[in-house]
Design a protein around this ligand. Structure first.
Ligand code: AG3
Length: 275
């Protein structure tokens, strides 16, 4: 018998993949969590029916959400990751010699547990002494900090369920305040094909708060439409003139050239950022 997992990416589009077996499934306090072993994508973390990370392509998302801000900032020592309990973003951050401390604020301890059991390539990073894990709501956590972080990375799920607050203006305002005077933030902002309105809204919000703001793109086959976006808001550093002299060689997607080219937007995407 064949087993298939289907993510309904929109009410009328779905991605299906053939499953070897279900490794883990639990209804946590916050969401429906599954780890599947699939033929094409390898192991796959699924939250509320939505693919979060797969062994085949997680490197794209995690490298791009981590290295673009880290190499834009001249000396990122103190970093906050909101969400991202799988550990993939942290694994990439730890490749930076200037990093002194990274705090992971994850609302759902079961995501970290599941990742520790089934996705060691992502979660082994969480044992590093530079990593501090806080189980709480990112919105509250960020609100309690002032001029504290060099970089904030919002590695969230979709703007439904537990992550809704992470796409709101008041969260971006608290993030601005939680950053030092030369700090910068990056948030994952979905697909320009399927979530155009969200990208326009988030850009307008970030524009009202951060002096410099940019959108950049990367190709993630397991995510809706395969083309993914990231929003960067910065107080001082311009991502098109990366200020960090370090070189990170241990990557599979990120290169300095990809960093630059990911900011070159197709016209239909540019239009999403116009007033
Ligand atoms: N966070 C963004 C995943 C969004 C995917 N959406 C979907 N499948 N509908 C990923 C977190 C990985 N650390």
């Amino acid at each position: 018998m064949e087993l298939w997992f289907t993510e309904k990416q929109t009410p009328d589009v779905a991605l299906s993949c053939k499953v070897k077996r279900t490794l883990y499934r639990v209804k946590t306090h916050y969401q429906d969590l599954a780890v599947l072993d699939t033929f094409r994508f390898g192991r796959m973390l699924v939250l509320d029916g939505m693919v979060q990370a797969t062994e085949m392509d997680e490197f794209v998302y995690h490298e791009m959400i981590a290295h673009v801000p880290m190499l834009t900032h001249a000396s990122p020592a103190n970093v906050l990751v909101v969400g991202g309990g799988d550990g993939g973003t942290i694994r990439e951050l730890l490749k930076h010699p200037q990093l002194e401390e990274v705090t992971l604020v994850e609302i759902d301890p079961r995501v970290v547990e599941a990742s520790r059991s089934y996705l060691p390539e992502l979660s082994d990073s969480l044992e590093d002494p530079r990593v501090k894990i806080e189980y709480s709501d990112g919105v509250d956590f960020v609100r309690q900090h002032r001029s504290f972080f060099d970089v904030v990375i919002v590695d969230s799920t979709e703007p439904v369920g537990p992550a809704v607050g992470l796409f709101g203006s008041s969260f971006y305002e608290s993030t601005f305040r939680a950053l030092k005077e030369d700090g910068l933030m990056v948030a994952q902002t979905e697909s320009p094909f399927f979530n155009a309105a969200l990208i326009s809204t988030v850009y307008r919000r970030i524009k009202g708060i951060f002096p410099l703001r940019y959108l950049y793109l990367a190709s993630v086959p397991s995510y809706p439409s395969g083309l993914w976006s990231f929003m960067l808001g910065s107080k001082r550093y311009d991502p098109l003139e990366p200020a960090n002299p370090c070189v990170v060689e241990d990557t599979r997607y990120y290169t300095p050239q990809v960093h630059r080219s990911s900011f070159a937007l197709p016209r239909f995407v540019q239009r999403l950022l116009e007033d």
